[in-house]
Structures are given as C-alpha cells and as structure tokens.
Design a protein around this ligand. Structure first.
Ligand SMILES: [Ca+2]
Ligand SMILES: [Ca+2]
Length: 384
C-alpha cells in the first residue's frame, strides 16, 4: 500500500478490546459469522458500531487527517476498495450516505496480488533450494509472500484458494494449463484482508511436492511476532536443478548373425531402435542390429547432449587386432536426466557407408511411451 506511513503503528492495542467486544456480541447473538467475522457485513463500518453512517465518515477523516485510531480492520475503512484508506474513502462514504452513491465496496477476504517467475536466481535473495513464506501483519491485513513456489514453467494462470477456518489458514496453490515440459519457481504475493490478531497455523498445499517432502506448514503469533519468515529446505526438482543428462551402455549381445541367435526375430536387413521412456527422466534404448567387428572385447559409446538433440557415437574395442568380418549386435543404452520434451535421437554407427540413410529419429517424450523405429539396410553385414 502506498500509505504505509499511515498504516505503520496501527498497533493492536485497540484491536484487541474491539475484537473481544465483537466476540461477546457474536456470542450473545448466537453462532453466526464465527469465521471471517468482519468482511462484507462490516465494510464501511470504520468505527465498529455496527452501523454505517456519518459517524464512519468522521472516523475515517479523523484517522486520515488527525491521527485518530484506525479501523479495527483497515480494509473496512477502504470503502472504495483501492487498497488505501484516505480522503477518497470519506468522500465515497458521504456520497453513499447522503447522495445515493454506490454502496461501500471493500476488498474481498483475500487476494492473490501478483506472481513472478520463472525466477532467475542469481538476482534473487533466496537460493533455489528453500521454500519460504514471508509474512507481515498490520491493520488486520496479513501479507504473505510465498518465495520459491514450484509450478509449471509456463502456466496459463496461477491460482490460489485461501480459507480461514478457526485458527487455521489453508492456502491451496494450483495452476491452470501448465504448458511447458518443465517446472520452475515463482514468488506469489497474496494477502488476507480481515484477520483477527492471534495465533494461526498456516498450511500451504503445493502442487509439485514429492511424496516425502516436508509441507510448508508453521504457526505464527501475529501479536508477539507480526512479521517473519518460515522456510523449509527442498532438494527435489524444481527446487534444485535437475541433474544434467547422462548416458551409459547397460549391455550388449554377442555377434548375432555369425553365431546362433534363434531368439532374435528381427531380420538382418533392419537397423532399429526400440525405446521406452518413463515419462519422468529416463530413456532406455536398444539399438538392434548395429554393426561392429566380429571380434570385439566390448562396445563403447559417447553421448553428446546439445539442446534437444542426443547424439550417440558408437565405437568398439577390438579383441587383438579383430577379425576380418563384420556382424550385427544389439546394444542397450540408458539415458537419465532427460526431462519430458521432444528430442532428436541420432546414432553415429561405425560402419555405415557414405550415402546410407543415417539412423535419426525425432522422439515425442512428453509422456511415458514405448515404441520402435527402423531403417532398412542393404549392405553387408545387414544384408544377407
Ligand atoms: Ca459505524
Ligand atoms: Ca480507499
């Protein structure tokens, strides 16, 4: 709010007795309004006498110009709902009381003021591996800044729902249409506008916590400590950067077509990929009918990751000087750290001759999938 100098020092010395008086009245009149007492029903009742009249205009003017006491809930004096209590509210109320102007229109029970993200951490005061709530309470308004809230990288909209039930404040955060295949961190600024002073349990429900992640949940005493922060450490994505992609060879067959391999039904004129993606970060690929020397000690592979292209360059370790023949092998690879997205997977085989179609395929790994891709070959050793 821009009138923070007026708001400052609104202290709660007056709010307490008024709060107690309100409680007694509520008790006497039954059980209405136990939760969120003092919202729309008291909008404009700046002096808390349960009427909205010229007395409230005088009260607001006294507060704004003469250092008089603030409304118990500052927002009840903000009758034009612009976030500040000033002479504009007095004028607005005069219009309503005497001249048939629009009725008081205070702020709603809570607001999500804004959110910013994805965040660039080297410009931020908080490291990415904490999840924090910073709060400040003044004039019945609890301002909350959720720092490092995890969401999709490009949500159409971030939404929150806030419920104050007794002494529990439940903040449920969610998003509408996360449109990218990644997650990142945002800061969310929100406020609860009519909150009695007291002790509250704040419980935040976040969309991307892992099963074992500690929830962001803590108790605040708005009287003893009207401002503060609470953080929990986070280690899972997106709170820490995902590990970079990494590839490895996890197994390979013997020389298939110069030895017996009756279980293999793939014809020898096909150079194929059989792949499976877990929808999270791991791609397993069998390169079936790839070509090496007949006599190898092992296969080898180099993995290169460039933007969304994965290039696997195969090589071999010969047994002695190798043999004077080539044959086909199946090699199993595992690539980890591959977040969902669309990738080009490219193999550089050892014995593909110039002019042969390379083994390159575009994979839609935006969700879990298992499939295959083949290129026909008609040269030795693929062709028999
Ligand atoms: Ca009044
Ligand atoms: Ca106002």
């Amino acid at each position: 709010m821009s009138n923070s100098s007026q708001v400052k020092g609104l202290q709660l010395t007056r709010a307490w007795p008024t709060g107690i008086a309100m409680s007694i009245i509520l008790f006497l009149f039954g059980f209405l309004l136990m939760v969120n007492s003092g919202q729309a029903a008291t909008c404009g009742d700046a002096n808390s006498d349960e009427m909205i009249n010229v007395g409230d205009v005088v009260y607001i003017i006294s507060f704004v110009f003469n250092g008089g006491p603030p409304p118990q809930f500052l927002c009840d004096g903000d009758v034009n709902g612009d976030g500040v209590v000033n002479v504009g509210d007095a004028v607005y109320l005069i219009q309503w009381v005497f001249r048939g102007g629009p009725p008081p229109d205070c702020l709603p029970p809570w607001l999500l003021n804004e959110y910013t993200g994805c965040k660039v951490f080297w410009k931020s005061g908080y490291p990415p591996d904490v999840d924090c709530m910073v709060y400040q309470y003044e004039g019945g308004i609890l301002k909350l800044n959720h720092i490092n809230a995890g969401f999709n990288c490009c949500p159409e909209q971030i939404v929150v729902d806030i419920q104050v039930v007794g002494d529990t404040i439940l903040i449920e955060e969610s998003e509408i249409n996360g449109m990218c295949f990644c997650l990142c961190l945002f800061d969310l600024e929100m406020q609860i506008n009519y909150l009695e002073p007291g002790e509250y349990l704040i419980r935040v429900i976040e969309p991307y916590l892992a099963e074992n992640d500690e929830p962001l949940e803590f108790t605040i005493d708005l009287v003893a400590e009207p401002a503060g922060a609470y953080c929990v450490p986070r280690l899972g994505y997106p709170w820490e950067e995902p590990p970079p992609p990494n590839g490895s060879t996890i197994g390979y067959s013997g020389c298939k077509y110069l030895r017996d391999n009756p279980a293999d039904t793939l014809p020898p004129n096909q150079d194929c990929l059989f792949y499976e993606y877990d929808g999270q970060n791991t791609l397993t690929v069998t390169h079936a009918n790839t070509c090496f020397n007949c006599c190898i000690l092992s296969t080898q592979a180099d993995f290169a990751f460039d933007s969304n292209t994965v290039t696997i360059t195969e090589s071999e370790v010969l047994d002695g000087g190798g043999c004077d023949c080539l044959c086909l092998y199946d090699v199993d690879y595992e690539i980890t750290g591959l977040i969902p997205g669309v990738y080009v997977l490219q193999f550089n085989g050892m014995y593909l001759r110039a002019g042969e179609e390379p083994l390159v395929v575009t994979l839609d790994l935006t969700s879990a999938i298992g499939s295959s891709f083949c290129v026909a070959r008609n040269i030795y050793p693929w062709w028999e």
